[in-house]
Design a protein. Sequence first.
Lengths: 450, 312, 282
Amino acid sequence: MGNAANDSTVTSAAILDRRALLKGAAAGAAATAVGAASKRSAFAAPAFLQGASFVLACTSDDAPKIQPLLDDYQKANNVTIQVEQAPYNDIQAKIITNLTQGTGAYDVISMDDPWIPQFAGGDFIMNIGELMDKRGITADPDFVPELLALGDFPPGSGLRGLPWVGNVQVFAWRTDVLKDLGLEAPPKSWDDVLAYAQKITEEKGASGVYGIGLRGVAGNPAATSFLPVLRGYGTDLFDENWEPQLETDAAMQAITTQLALAKVAPPGVESVGHPENGRNMSQGLIAQSADIWPDQLLQIYDPELSKVVGMVDIGAEPAQDGVKPANMTGNWLLGIAEGSANADPALDFILWFTAAEQQKRLLLDQNIPATRISVLEDADAVAKFPFLPGLLAAGRNAVPRPRTEHYNAVEAIYGRYVAEAIAGQISGEEAMTQANKEIRDLMVREGVLD
Amino acid sequence: MASEAAVAERHATPAQIVPWWERNLAWLLVAPMIVMFVVFALLPSLTAILFAFSHIKLTRGGMQRTFIGVDNFQRALEDPIVRQSAGITLKWALVVTTVEILLGLGLALLLAHGVRGRGVFTSLLIIPIIMPPVAVSLMWFFMYEPNFGVINYLLNQVGLPSVLWLSDPNIALYAMMAVDVWQATPFAFLLLYAAILSLPRDPYEAAAIDGASRWHIFRTVTLPLLLPVLGVVVLLRLIDAARVFDKIFVMTRGGPGSSAYTTTLTVYVEAFNKYDFGYASAISFMFQVVLVIFGTIYVRRVMADYSAPAES
Amino acid sequence: MVGETTFERVAKYAVVAAVSMIVLLPVYWMVNMSLKGKGEFAARPPTLVVQQPTTENYYDLLVTQRFYLKGINSIVVAVIAATLAVSIGTLGAYALSRFRLPRNLNYHLLFTMLTIRMFPPIVTVIPLFAFYNREILGFKLFDSWLGLGLVHGFMELPLVLWMMIGFFRDIPRDMEEAALVDGDSRLAVLRKIAIPLAAPGLAATFILVFIASWNEFLLALILTGSKAQTLPIAVAGQIAQYDVKWGNMMAAGVITTVPVLILALLSQRYLTRGLALGGVTG
């Protein structure tokens, strides 16, 4: 990362911090270079861009939202961008199989941040940092540094992607409902959340307001809804030696709470995924959720889509006494597949797409949270979405999911067991015990543990 | 064969030199077929066995294989999801096959005397059979939608409560079975109907003279005559139903929870969500062994039926 | 057979009517909903017959989201599969029905080929995925029309063999023998007599393979990436969006169904025979 000539500390730096980035900026090259890249769209495309064509892979959730920007870019630059979309699980499977096998099927890839260790560790994606160095460009210091750092794995090896969705998981609650029932907002601990949820569902369930919303679909959805609870009880998936921690008392308490919460969630929680949970919040069906993401928040605050504008507040994830509350990152980054024959036009596109102008457009038009400080602090944006400064602060303190290249397999394991427990197929204790065993077996097979 | 005698006779004429390719024509004609079999069935199956005994790590542009003996098989036998999905697969195959055969057979018997508009009716029944399973799944997914799906709408109209068709763990599997029944019952019907229409008349006339009851006639005449075709249809439905993937994948991805994970789904998840190709190959290999047993019986039946000309 | 009572006749037509409704109504509902615009789609109670039919769902899907490209992929793959399966299968079927191979190979070969029918694709797809990603003569079969067409064609070989052996059987031997005695080679007989006589069956078989390839999901899901992705895979990808475009999904269902429906009706006469091998389901 960084322009080597200007910033000698970068190669050895283990962590990207804001100061390093600012130093890069002070050298001047960075901002202007990125500016130049983004300005290019306004002028005639350079020769090598004439008629270029590449494939972009992203979730079917994102595809329609970015299409207007793609249309503009294609028109202005005589580039053809073929979008490949599928639901989260499927696009993840397609991307990983295609990347690992070097099929060249995709050029630009939209990646969830927990995928990065596997992709970067296996050299499945290009080192964009090096590509940028070659062109004498530095990543713009305007990116939220903590989000930018997610693309640098192993830390200090160089950027593998630039963040384009500044997602962080937050706890959201309906201020009006809590006030109505005389509940003090926000709930601090998971005990509070559960007590509130039970009370709300009991009192208002009949009229269509439930106490909690969470995701119960096996795999990533159930896993992502459970992780903040697990962390809120003071433990995590792994300890510092990659020993799984799901058989601990804390984990057992966490799953007990999650199952109790699932009982007071709207019926059908077993098939609730990311879109459904957001819709339940914006349609006023649920009064709390620990699994709300900014893209949903922006829908919730959008008068055209939401029935609860001005009634939802957000904050840090709840935590039991003595546990430090935190949020979790879930950013999306754009990277280039190793072996792509279109790396140059792909990089041009990524630089353009993550530039402030486009980020602001995505935020205001498509409710996609930005990854740039200037956009998150932009007057227009803050006027429309007053929670943005809070989001920026939360994002800067957020914790990523365990940074192991086996995270996808780990998530598939505990995500399935948690979902089975929610669906009533097994008990919570069995779910944790079995997940712990399988995750441990996995880490042993992969040579991480003995 | 007479034709071969004719060929031999012609070839006997010393003036004609038969080119090598004509002498070996039979082999040349079957060769492409055999090559295809080797490339697309034999080699992949052998590779799958090799994978099943290996730990596989995906690396850039390939995979790294380490021989680990029977570890994958051992693991599979202890893995609760493997056992569970085998049970679900069996349940799925047995239930849909039974229902489809009973409905198809009942309808075929009901129409045994012919029915006006038969051509239109059978054309109509072809629609579900040939519809892409994905389209069928989308169609039903939408009808099952709890809030604005047409099925709950109709239920509410007659005063019944809405049902969470695809998210209630006690219902979802059966709701998806119903989709399979919708699509495949016409298939069972068409085959059984064609067979019934081509049954010989004499035994029926004899039975009628004896004054036998209808149930007696069905049991002693129709059923035995129908048995070969029935056997083929049952086996075919069992094998196809056991391989179900697309409907469940599109409608619930095996959910809610893992309550609709069939073996195929489990293999898919192990291979393409956890990227454990070795383990996935071991599970699918065991699955294949079971299917090969049924498949062999089926093919034997089909070929027996074939050599006795019973064209409809 | 035993005669029917009036009651039975009434019951029979009642059942036929009920079955027809059960078969048709879901399809009707899909078509009906696919023609509704956003406003009418959300209407409660739903309009039983579309009031203001619009093609906007179809336009959005095919043109805006470029699904026509997936449609082209589906057609090309299916044509490759059908051409391949029909040509290879026909040659094999002719050999198996006209020549006697040593050691009862006719039986064993047919037996082996027919067992392909029950191969679970999930078994072979993993090795095939690995194999397709190797470069052979500078070309990768992965995500290519040829790659998917080849494997689809292979999967339908049993169907072709089964159908074509039946058709070749129905051809009177005398004609072929007369030609052989006249000095025509076997190959000429196949070309001049057997194939023309079996042509309608050949066409029907082609169509059945086409339909099977068009409908296939699992292999297409795993063996294509972006360029050769077929319609069913693209359609299935529509299901999980925040703002689910139900109208588009219904249009997608109709678009994937209509071509195979037309083809099936064209080849209906031969369908039952093909069904004995379950050629188009599963």
